[in-house]
Design a protein. Structure first.
Length: 236
């Protein structure tokens, strides 16, 4: 199902944008695949300490507890330690391992670099708004090579506020020198991304994902960043 803005005069309706802003995790970054690769390697690295837990069971449970990145890392490993009778020391070592090594396992969705380069080459201003810590999110961005492909990056910890607060979306468009009605925002989470962008007056574009329900506010829908190019061509 495609979720399209249909209100007459709604922000950005039927207008080619001057700027496109993106969420990072699960929108540009293939976080699900990156987490899976990391957790598999983590079990291998700690195979002596985790010998009583089959690799498949460990990976499955960490991914479940991760809840698509919406549970704090300390909470994930605290619950894991309780369920699998791990020591507090080992839990802290696993947390430290995640923080130090996870960025090196991060990969974009395959089409992302070329799409961003194409959008920018065609005069589009680009930005990223992401919730998280400065160290982790910047480490991911460096690993992915995205910093040279966008004009602005807003990270919630540095900004002192995060999505879905409309203020962070409005701050982003102001830095790009456009109005909210001239900008699109692409994200996967129906609340933090889509509702937040919509309430700030941007045109919201939902990157479909099976683990979230559809947005409850008007939004366009794409299955990959590549579809943005076709959508922009239709806007003329």
């Amino acid at each position: 199902m495609t979720h399209e803005r249909i209100e007459a005069g709604s922000p950005g309706h039927s207008l080619k944008p001057k700027a496109i802003l993106f969420d990072l995790d699960d929108t540009l970054l293939d976080r699900e695949g990156s987490v899976l690769r990391f957790v598999q390697e983590q079990h291998r690295c700690f195979r002596v300490s985790l010998a009583h837990i089959p690799g498949e069971a460990y990976v499955r449970r960490v991914v479940e507890l991760d809840a698509h990145g919406y549970v704090a890392r300390d909470g994930v490993y605290r619950d894991l330690a309780r369920e699998f009778a791990l020591s507090e020391t080992l839990a802290q070592e696993l947390i430290a391992h995640y923080r130090e090594e996870f960025p090196s396992f991060c990969q974009c969705f395959p089409e992302v670099p070329s799409v961003l380069a194409s959008l920018r080459a065609n005069g589009m201003k680009l930005g990223i708004i992401t919730n998280g810590t400065v160290w982790m999110q910047e480490s991911k961005l460096h690993r992915l090579g995205l910093l040279d492909l966008v004009d602005e990056v807003l990270i919630s910890q540095r900004e002192g506020l995060g999505k879905p607060d409309p203020k962070i979306f409005l701050s982003a468009v102001a830095r790009l020198g456009v109005s909210a009605s001239e900008a699109w925002y692409v994200g996967d989470n129906p609340i933090t991304d889509i509702r937040g962008a919509f309430e700030a007056g941007l045109t919201a574009v939902w990157r479909y994902t099976p683990h979230w329900p559809p947005p409850d506010v008007p939004a366009r829908e794409i299955r990959s960043a590549q579809e943005l190019v076709s959508m922009l061509l239709r806007e003329g």
